[in-house]
Ligand binder design. Structure first.
Ligand code: ATP
Ligand code: MG
Length: 334
């Protein structure tokens, strides 16, 4: 797998729940395509889950949720032979690196990260923990630990990658050129809204269609989706722009002529929400069907997931230790 010349990717997910359609358009699609060109590190960012809810109830779920993430990865086509899949808490060097990086960035800079405000609002957090404030610093340690060049993330994470770039530049300036300054790669749909009309489909909010949902569940969720609230009768002209139902059609319906026809009729008031949603449910189920089949194949292989996490975490650990040694040497701390 890892080779000397290939550029590197680091990206991943918090094990706070199963992956959803937002993850697919935001980052999984890019990951599957790029794993052939890059050396990829996919992180199960379990320490990052503590930033928003460190209760025992939640921490005791992390290992099961982490296994679920790996199954989600495999089901969309991530290849564990090609890429390293690892669990953040099994790589303790990252905490050391994060501590050092936290000295290279100011508190007001972290307070200015726009994602922080969104998370506080969406998760109803009144006062952030110190850990939540330094979320992007820990993320910088994840990314720079493997010297990643590219970070395929959803739009909401772009400002975090900017923090990583700043930390890499500061480190390089102060102690010598050690880190590549990585770039964010944003999925083409941007941020996928939730089924409830919130700006972001998010697993901690629960407004999601999961990659693992069965066809009936998908249909039920789609049929109760938020659309254009100003439209009362099917004969009222409706809004397409910013309407989650049409954003999903655009992202998942491969029948482009159908999408164009539905949009035109919706704007004229000649199609009802029910028909638009029924067609969307069919399109999403068609999209998910091959993913379900791959999932079923891997689900039968007992022990596979634990092995993938163990082997990947060992590989990540040796990368992390090598980087940490270089950091300490560059800072004359060794
Ligand atoms: P949580 O609510 O626990 O933060 P999440 O749904 O935001 O969960 P994360 O694990 O934080 O998911 O994000 C993993 C990756 O998926 C990130 O790169 C993030 O930008 C991307 N992502 C998550 N939700 C969406 C979305 N709705 N649209 C596009 N990308 C998304
Ligand atoms: Mg998130």
């Amino acid at each position: 797998m890892t080779s000397i010349n290939k550029p590197r990717i680091l990206t991943g997910d918090r094990p706070t729940g199963p992956l959803h359609l937002g993850h697919y358009v935001g980052t999984l699609k890019n990951r599957v395509e790029l794993q052939h060109i890059y050396d990829c590190f996919f992180i199960i960012a379990d320490l990052h889950t503590l930033t928003t809810n460190p209760s025992l109830e939640k921490t005791s779920m992390i290992n099961d949720l982490s296994r679920g993430l790996v199954l989600d990865y495999l089901s969309v086509g991530i290849d564990s032979e090609k890429s390293v899949i690892y669990q953040q808490s099994r790589v303790p060097q990252v905490a050391y690196l994060s501590l050092i990086f936290s000295m290279l960035i100011t508190v007001p800079r972290c307070q200015r990260v726009p994602t922080l405000k969104d998370v506080l609002k969406d998760l109803h957090i009144e006062k952030p923990s110190l850990g939540l404030l330094s979320y992007p610093v820990l993320q910088a340690a994840d990314i720079l630990m493997v010297k990643a060049n590219l970070v395929p993330v959803g739009k909401d994470q772009e400002s975090h990658v900017e923090v990583t770039r700043e930390i890499a530049n500061t480190f390089n300036k102060n102690y010598g050129n050690l880190f590549p300054v990585p770039k964010a790669l944003i999925g083409d749909v941007g941020t996928l809204p939730g089924t409830d009309g919130l700006a972001k489909m998010s697993k901690s909010v629960g407004n999601c269609i999961y990659l693992s949902d069965d066809p009936d569940t998908v249909t039920k969720k789609v049929m109760s989706m938020y659309t254009d609230p100003t439209r009362i009768h099917p004969t009222d002209p409706g809004k397409v722009k910013g309407n989650p139902v049409f954003i999903y059609h655009q992202a998942f319906n491969s029948d482009l002529a159908e999408v164009a026809d539905l949009k035109a009729r919706y704007q004229k008031g000649t199609v009802g929400d029910v028909e638009v949603k029924q067609k969307l449910a069919i399109a999403i189920n068609d999209f998910l069907e091959p993913i379900r089949q791959t999932r079923a194949k891997y689900q039968k292989k007992t022990g596979l997931i634990d092995d993938i996490i163990m082997v990947g975490s060992q590989k990540a650990q040796s990368e992390a230790q090598a980087t940490l040694d270089q950091v300490l040497q560059a800072m004359k701390l060794n």
